[in-house]
Design a protein around this ligand. Structure first.
Ligand code: GAP
Length: 467
């Protein structure tokens, strides 16, 4: 077996962070995220996930599921329907309370959220309270419900009105009794769910940050009243740690923000956001809410069913309190991309200019492609050898095969989509069955035997530390 040796290593310098424009253009050009129905001019605030984008999104979802459901023996999963009985949303308080204050410009007809106006006025140095777009007069604020409505069945009347769920959580609350009766869970326990949610947002901007159709990863943790504060602190710490340790997000770009009285949602007693420092400022990534017994109690009242829990230890009956962790899946995709994006000077090109590489330092667990297999040249049987290796690796690793163009350019293409490992097959491979393994972050290259390559890559993934 050939001995492992370092054959090339480059240092990294001259850092440039991500801007929204760069991320949007990278996402489009590399098949991560496209504007939705683009051939018809697109539909505002809706986006489609391309071949690499869907891999990234699925990987984040899988990492979350593994963390919440697999690593906790007291958390179970659920997949509830998007369309629910309309009484659900009366009980939950969304029909009455889930609205934003809306203001229209009488001249250009642009709509604004009243609570976002001050920021826009400050941005544009406007002191007379006029429209930030055209200077026109604004209407008084009115409440605008964020739920999308549709009709079920062939007759369109008030009896057929239903809503697209604005949060996945209610699917969990209405199934609380089903889960307790059928799955031997004991308090404290959680129910986790990932799925689509819809909100008719007044202002949608910043790419996939705030959209009308998005995905959430939510977990409702049911506890005995009186133990809720302790559980709240526990989940705050666990959720923050997940972003750092499992998604590889830089800790100094994350912080907690406690909701003041005005910010609290109608169901929340206490709420903390995990915020990320986006290029447009600190904004929410995940909400952690203490919802008390609000939801279960209301569903009990509105459905006429008894929704409570019989404690087998002391035989007492109570309505559990709920700690909710509510993360945005699509928003996590944005954060993962922003946080990983880097432009690095790695030398001087042949025209004497800075040679800059764009790289996504994604945690390998969530990288869309784990390993690219690249024959140095197509001829002399190297392509066939590389294809054979790629076929073997793809059994349990997400792979990509690329034989087109100079090897350096192929490495750069893989860096741009965050592929952590490249394997190059060359003439020596034919002789001694060794390959070059290249590491994305350090650009270090080592020569190792082809045998055991998959194990080596899996080991590298397990021990990955972001530089
Ligand atoms: N069940 C509680 C709940 O829905 P939220 O704070 O309104 O709480 C939770 O939403 C998370 O869902 C947010 O932290 C964000 O990541 C994501 N989210 C909410 N609205 C969104 C939107 N319009 N577009 C994308 N993600 C959104």
């Amino acid at each position: 077996m050939a001995k492992e040796k370092i054959v090339k290593s480059n240092t990294v310098s001259n850092e440039h962070g991500a801007s929204m424009d760069r991320i949007v253009s990278l996402c489009k050009s590399r098949g991560l995220v496209y504007p939705s129905s683009e051939i018809y001019g697109g539909l505002s605030a809706t986006w489609d996930y391309g071949p690499l984008g869907v891999e990234l999104k699925n990987n984040i979802q899988e990492a979350w599921w593994k963390e919440m459901v697999r690593r906790h023996d007291n958390i179970v999963g659920l997949d509830a329907a998007i369309m629910m009985h309309p009484r659900t949303w009366e009980a939950s308080g969304h029909v009455e309370n889930f609205s934003d204050p809306l203001v229209d410009c009488k001249k250009c007809k642009t709509r604004f959220r009243e609570d976002h106006l001050q920021e826009k006025w400050t941005e544009k140095n406007i002191t007379d309270g006029s429209c930030p777009e055209c200077g026109g007069e604004l209407t008084e604020a009115r409440q605008f419900n964020l739920m999308f409505t549709t009709h079920m069945g062939s007759v369109v009347d008030s009896g057929s009105l239903i809503y697209l769920r604005p949060e996945t959580a209610q699917g969990i609350f209405v199934n609380f009794k089903n889960v307790v009766d059928t799955s031997r869970v004991k308090i404290p326990f959680g129910i986790a769910q990932v799925g689509k949610a819809f909100r008719n947002e007044i202002t949608t901007k910043n790419f996939i940050f705030r959209t009308c159709e998005f995905e959430q990863m939510e977990m409702q943790y049911f506890v005995k009243p009186g133990t809720d504060e302790e559980a709240f602190e526990e989940w705050k710490a666990k959720r923050m740690a997940w972003y750092v340790e499992r998604l590889g997000i830089k800790p100094d770009r994350l912080r907690f923000h406690e909701h003041d009285h005005k910010e609290l949602a109608h169901y929340a007693k206490v709420a903390f956001d995990i915020e990320y420092e986006y290029p447009f400022g600190w904004q929410e990534l995940e909400g952690i809410h203490s919802r008390t017994d609000y939801d279960l109690k209301r569903h009990g009242e509105f459905s006429g069913k008894e929704i409570n829990y019989l404690d087998p230890v002391d035989n007492t009956r109570f309505i559990p309190y709920v700690i909710e962790t509510s993360a945005g899946l699509t928003r996590s995709v944005l954060v993962a991309l922003m946080d990983a994006y880097h432009e690095e000077k790695i030398g001087i090109d042949k025209n004497g200019k800075d040679d800059i590489r764009t790289v996504l330092h994604l945690h390998p667990d969530i990288a869309p492609v784990k390993v690219a297999v690249l024959p140095l040249v197509k001829k002399d049987g190297l392509a066939e050898l590389a294809q054979k290796l790629e076929k073997k690796l793809r059994e349990d690793l997400a792979t990509f095969y690329d034989q087109g163009g100079a090897i350096g350019r192929r490495y750069r293409r893989m860096d741009e989509v965050g592929t952590p490992f490249c394997v190059t097959i060359d003439y020596d491979t034919k002789e001694d069955h060794t390959v070059t393994l290249r590491f994305r972050d350090s650009m270090e290259q080592i020569r190792i035997p082809m045998e055991g390559l998959a194990d080596r890559i899996r080991k590298e993934i397990r021990s990955y530390k972001r530089i």
